[in-house]
Design a protein around this ligand. Structure first.
Ligand code: SAM
Length: 238
Protein backbone atom coordinates (compact mmCIF):
# COMPACT_ATOMS: atom_id res chain seq x y z
CA UNK A 1 0.00 0.00 0.00
CA UNK A 2 1.13 3.58 -0.66
CA UNK A 3 2.10 5.96 2.13
CA UNK A 4 -0.71 8.37 3.08
CA UNK A 5 1.09 10.09 5.99
CA UNK A 6 0.96 13.49 4.29
CA UNK A 7 -2.79 13.32 3.87
CA UNK A 8 -3.31 12.02 7.41
CA UNK A 9 -1.14 14.84 8.82
CA UNK A 10 -2.92 17.42 6.67
CA UNK A 11 -6.34 16.30 7.91
CA UNK A 12 -5.15 16.16 11.53
CA UNK A 13 -4.52 19.94 11.41
CA UNK A 14 -8.28 20.29 11.03
CA UNK A 15 -8.99 17.66 13.67
CA UNK A 16 -10.20 15.17 11.09
CA UNK A 17 -9.07 11.61 11.73
CA UNK A 18 -9.22 8.82 9.18
CA UNK A 19 -9.41 5.09 9.78
CA UNK A 20 -7.20 2.43 8.19
CA UNK A 21 -10.24 1.35 6.23
CA UNK A 22 -10.70 4.82 4.73
CA UNK A 23 -7.02 4.86 3.74
CA UNK A 24 -7.38 1.42 2.15
CA UNK A 25 -10.35 2.75 0.17
CA UNK A 26 -8.34 5.73 -1.08
CA UNK A 27 -5.58 3.35 -2.12
CA UNK A 28 -7.95 1.00 -3.98
CA UNK A 29 -9.39 4.06 -5.73
CA UNK A 30 -5.86 5.15 -6.71
CA UNK A 31 -4.96 1.68 -8.04
CA UNK A 32 -8.23 1.42 -10.01
CA UNK A 33 -7.69 4.90 -11.47
CA UNK A 34 -4.16 4.06 -12.63
CA UNK A 35 -5.32 0.77 -14.18
CA UNK A 36 -8.34 2.31 -15.93
CA UNK A 37 -6.26 5.29 -17.06
CA UNK A 38 -4.40 2.91 -19.44
CA UNK A 39 -7.51 2.66 -21.61
CA UNK A 40 -9.61 5.70 -20.60
CA UNK A 41 -8.36 9.24 -20.13
CA UNK A 42 -9.01 9.94 -16.44
CA UNK A 43 -6.00 11.87 -15.17
CA UNK A 44 -2.86 13.46 -16.56
CA UNK A 45 -0.99 12.85 -13.32
CA UNK A 46 -0.40 9.28 -12.22
CA UNK A 47 2.67 9.30 -9.97
CA UNK A 48 1.45 8.55 -6.42
CA UNK A 49 2.93 11.54 -4.53
CA UNK A 50 1.55 13.92 -7.14
CA UNK A 51 -1.92 12.35 -7.03
CA UNK A 52 -1.79 12.51 -3.23
CA UNK A 53 -1.18 16.27 -3.21
CA UNK A 54 -2.82 17.55 -6.42
CA UNK A 55 -5.91 15.33 -6.37
CA UNK A 56 -6.44 14.00 -2.84
CA UNK A 57 -5.18 16.82 -0.57
CA UNK A 58 -6.49 19.44 -3.01
CA UNK A 59 -9.95 17.81 -2.92
CA UNK A 60 -10.13 17.88 0.89
CA UNK A 61 -8.71 21.41 1.17
CA UNK A 62 -12.31 22.67 1.41
CA UNK A 63 -12.10 21.81 5.13
CA UNK A 64 -10.16 25.07 5.51
CA UNK A 65 -13.50 26.84 5.02
CA UNK A 66 -16.38 24.43 5.55
CA UNK A 67 -17.42 21.89 8.16
CA UNK A 68 -17.62 18.76 6.00
CA UNK A 69 -18.63 16.45 8.84
CA UNK A 70 -22.22 17.70 8.60
CA UNK A 71 -24.97 15.66 6.99
CA UNK A 72 -25.06 17.65 3.71
CA UNK A 73 -26.26 16.91 0.18
CA UNK A 74 -23.47 17.72 -2.25
CA UNK A 75 -23.22 17.76 -6.04
CA UNK A 76 -19.84 17.69 -7.80
CA UNK A 77 -20.38 19.24 -11.24
CA UNK A 78 -17.92 17.94 -13.87
CA UNK A 79 -16.44 15.39 -11.47
CA UNK A 80 -14.30 13.66 -14.15
CA UNK A 81 -12.34 10.94 -12.35
CA UNK A 82 -14.03 11.92 -9.06
CA UNK A 83 -12.32 15.13 -7.94
CA UNK A 84 -13.21 16.50 -5.52
CA UNK A 85 -16.43 14.49 -4.91
CA UNK A 86 -15.17 10.91 -4.56
CA UNK A 87 -12.34 11.89 -2.19
CA UNK A 88 -14.76 13.96 -0.08
CA UNK A 89 -17.12 10.98 0.20
CA UNK A 90 -14.36 8.61 1.34
CA UNK A 91 -13.03 11.05 3.95
CA UNK A 92 -16.41 12.44 5.08
CA UNK A 93 -18.79 9.46 4.88
CA UNK A 94 -21.85 11.32 6.18
CA UNK A 95 -22.05 13.42 3.00
CA UNK A 96 -24.69 12.50 0.42
CA UNK A 97 -22.91 12.97 -2.88
CA UNK A 98 -23.96 13.16 -6.51
CA UNK A 99 -21.07 12.85 -8.95
CA UNK A 100 -22.26 14.64 -12.07
CA UNK A 101 -20.61 14.62 -15.50
CA UNK A 102 -21.45 14.72 -19.20
CA UNK A 103 -19.03 11.86 -19.99
CA UNK A 104 -20.64 8.49 -19.34
CA UNK A 105 -17.39 6.54 -19.55
CA UNK A 106 -15.88 8.40 -16.61
CA UNK A 107 -19.06 7.82 -14.61
CA UNK A 108 -18.82 4.10 -15.48
CA UNK A 109 -15.39 4.08 -13.83
CA UNK A 110 -16.80 5.88 -10.77
CA UNK A 111 -19.66 3.33 -10.54
CA UNK A 112 -17.04 0.57 -10.42
CA UNK A 113 -15.20 2.39 -7.62
CA UNK A 114 -18.45 2.88 -5.67
CA UNK A 115 -19.14 -0.86 -5.94
CA UNK A 116 -15.59 -1.93 -5.11
CA UNK A 117 -15.51 0.28 -2.00
CA UNK A 118 -19.13 -0.53 -0.96
CA UNK A 119 -19.89 3.20 -0.66
CA UNK A 120 -23.46 4.25 0.15
CA UNK A 121 -25.22 7.61 -0.24
CA UNK A 122 -23.22 8.35 -3.36
CA UNK A 123 -24.52 8.21 -6.89
CA UNK A 124 -23.36 9.09 -10.36
CA UNK A 125 -25.52 11.17 -12.67
CA UNK A 126 -25.01 11.66 -16.38
CA UNK A 127 -25.99 14.80 -18.25
CA UNK A 128 -25.22 18.35 -19.17
CA UNK A 129 -25.40 20.74 -16.24
CA UNK A 130 -27.35 23.16 -18.45
CA UNK A 131 -30.16 20.57 -18.70
CA UNK A 132 -29.95 18.91 -15.28
CA UNK A 133 -30.10 22.31 -13.56
CA UNK A 134 -33.65 22.68 -14.90
CA UNK A 135 -34.92 19.30 -13.64
CA UNK A 136 -37.22 19.76 -10.62
CA UNK A 137 -35.56 16.83 -8.81
CA UNK A 138 -32.14 18.50 -9.08
CA UNK A 139 -32.84 22.22 -9.21
CA UNK A 140 -32.09 24.02 -5.92
CA UNK A 141 -31.88 20.64 -4.12
CA UNK A 142 -28.29 20.66 -2.80
CA UNK A 143 -26.74 22.21 0.30
CA UNK A 144 -23.40 22.45 -1.47
CA UNK A 145 -22.14 22.39 -5.05
CA UNK A 146 -18.42 21.84 -5.64
CA UNK A 147 -16.59 22.01 -8.94
CA UNK A 148 -12.98 21.89 -10.08
CA UNK A 149 -11.44 22.57 -13.49
CA UNK A 150 -14.65 22.72 -15.53
CA UNK A 151 -15.10 26.31 -16.78
CA UNK A 152 -14.28 29.87 -15.84
CA UNK A 153 -16.33 31.37 -13.05
CA UNK A 154 -18.93 33.39 -14.98
CA UNK A 155 -19.75 30.25 -17.05
CA UNK A 156 -19.39 27.84 -14.14
CA UNK A 157 -21.77 29.89 -11.99
CA UNK A 158 -24.51 29.32 -14.54
CA UNK A 159 -23.76 25.57 -14.55
CA UNK A 160 -23.58 25.25 -10.75
CA UNK A 161 -25.72 27.83 -8.92
CA UNK A 162 -29.08 26.45 -10.21
CA UNK A 163 -28.39 23.22 -8.24
CA UNK A 164 -27.89 25.01 -4.91
CA UNK A 165 -30.66 25.60 -2.35
CA UNK A 166 -31.17 29.19 -1.23
CA UNK A 167 -29.01 29.40 1.90
CA UNK A 168 -26.54 26.83 0.49
CA UNK A 169 -23.06 27.29 -0.94
CA UNK A 170 -21.15 26.85 -4.18
CA UNK A 171 -17.41 26.30 -3.77
CA UNK A 172 -15.32 26.66 -6.89
CA UNK A 173 -11.81 25.17 -6.75
CA UNK A 174 -9.68 27.67 -8.67
CA UNK A 175 -6.01 28.34 -9.32
CA UNK A 176 -4.05 31.61 -9.33
CA UNK A 177 -6.50 32.91 -11.97
CA UNK A 178 -9.34 32.73 -9.45
CA UNK A 179 -9.31 36.40 -8.46
CA UNK A 180 -9.44 37.52 -12.09
CA UNK A 181 -12.41 35.23 -12.63
CA UNK A 182 -14.15 36.62 -9.54
CA UNK A 183 -13.57 40.13 -10.90
CA UNK A 184 -15.33 39.07 -14.12
CA UNK A 185 -18.31 37.51 -12.30
CA UNK A 186 -20.39 40.20 -10.51
CA UNK A 187 -23.03 40.35 -13.23
CA UNK A 188 -23.38 36.56 -13.54
CA UNK A 189 -23.61 36.15 -9.76
CA UNK A 190 -26.15 38.95 -9.41
CA UNK A 191 -28.36 37.40 -12.11
CA UNK A 192 -28.07 33.83 -10.79
CA UNK A 193 -28.58 34.59 -7.09
CA UNK A 194 -24.99 34.20 -5.88
CA UNK A 195 -22.76 36.37 -3.71
CA UNK A 196 -19.04 35.87 -3.08
CA UNK A 197 -18.50 35.23 0.62
CA UNK A 198 -14.73 34.95 0.33
CA UNK A 199 -11.73 33.85 -1.67
CA UNK A 200 -9.43 31.56 0.27
CA UNK A 201 -6.01 31.76 -1.41
CA UNK A 202 -3.25 29.38 -0.33
CA UNK A 203 -0.57 26.99 -1.58
CA UNK A 204 -0.78 23.24 -1.23
CA UNK A 205 1.73 21.51 1.01
CA UNK A 206 5.30 21.92 -0.25
CA UNK A 207 3.93 22.61 -3.69
CA UNK A 208 4.01 26.24 -4.85
CA UNK A 209 0.86 25.86 -6.92
CA UNK A 210 -1.57 28.60 -5.89
CA UNK A 211 -5.09 27.48 -5.06
CA UNK A 212 -8.13 29.70 -4.59
CA UNK A 213 -11.32 28.33 -3.10
CA UNK A 214 -14.03 30.77 -4.10
CA UNK A 215 -16.91 30.45 -1.64
CA UNK A 216 -20.23 31.69 -2.97
CA UNK A 217 -23.47 32.01 -1.00
CA UNK A 218 -26.75 31.27 -2.76
CA UNK A 219 -28.75 34.24 -1.56
CA UNK A 220 -31.82 34.13 -3.78
CA UNK A 221 -33.61 31.84 -6.21
CA UNK A 222 -32.17 31.46 -9.68
CA UNK A 223 -34.53 32.90 -12.37
CA UNK A 224 -36.39 30.26 -14.41
CA UNK A 225 -34.60 31.29 -17.62
CA UNK A 226 -31.26 29.89 -16.28
CA UNK A 227 -29.34 27.83 -17.01
CA UNK A 228 -29.62 28.50 -20.73
CA UNK A 229 -29.41 25.67 -23.26
CA UNK A 230 -26.26 23.50 -23.57
CA UNK A 231 -23.33 25.46 -24.93
CA UNK A 232 -24.89 28.92 -24.49
CA UNK A 233 -23.29 29.68 -21.09
CA UNK A 234 -19.81 29.23 -22.57
CA UNK A 235 -20.60 30.90 -25.91
CA UNK A 236 -22.33 33.91 -24.34
CA UNK A 237 -21.13 34.15 -20.74
CA UNK A 238 -23.24 36.33 -18.49
N1 SAM B 1 -13.33 17.90 -11.70
C1 SAM B 1 -12.38 16.96 -12.24
C2 SAM B 1 -10.97 17.33 -11.83
O1 SAM B 1 -10.75 18.42 -11.31
O2 SAM B 1 -10.06 16.51 -12.03
C3 SAM B 1 -12.48 16.85 -13.77
C4 SAM B 1 -12.14 18.08 -14.54
S1 SAM B 1 -12.26 17.82 -16.27
C5 SAM B 1 -11.06 18.94 -16.87
C6 SAM B 1 -13.82 18.60 -16.67
C7 SAM B 1 -15.02 17.66 -16.57
O3 SAM B 1 -16.21 18.43 -16.67
C8 SAM B 1 -15.05 16.63 -17.69
O4 SAM B 1 -15.16 15.33 -17.16
C9 SAM B 1 -16.27 17.03 -18.52
O5 SAM B 1 -16.93 15.90 -19.07
C10 SAM B 1 -17.15 17.75 -17.49
N2 SAM B 1 -18.04 18.78 -18.05
C11 SAM B 1 -17.68 19.85 -18.81
N3 SAM B 1 -18.77 20.58 -19.14
C12 SAM B 1 -19.84 19.98 -18.55
C13 SAM B 1 -21.25 20.26 -18.54
N4 SAM B 1 -21.75 21.30 -19.18
N5 SAM B 1 -22.04 19.42 -17.84
C14 SAM B 1 -21.53 18.35 -17.19
N6 SAM B 1 -20.22 18.04 -17.18
C15 SAM B 1 -19.38 18.83 -17.85
Amino acid sequence: MNDYTRLITYLAQYEVSVSDEQIRKLDTYYEMMIETNKSLNLTAITEFEEVLVKHYIDSVSIIRDMDMTKDMSVIDVGTGAGFPGMVLKIIFPSLKITLFDSLQKRLGFLDEVIRALSLTDITTCHGRAEEAGRLPEMREQYDLCVSRAVANLPVLSELCLPFVKVGGKFVSYKSDKGSEEVAASPHALEVLGGSVLKEDIFTLEDNDMVRNLVIIDKIKECPKSYPRKPGTPSKKPL
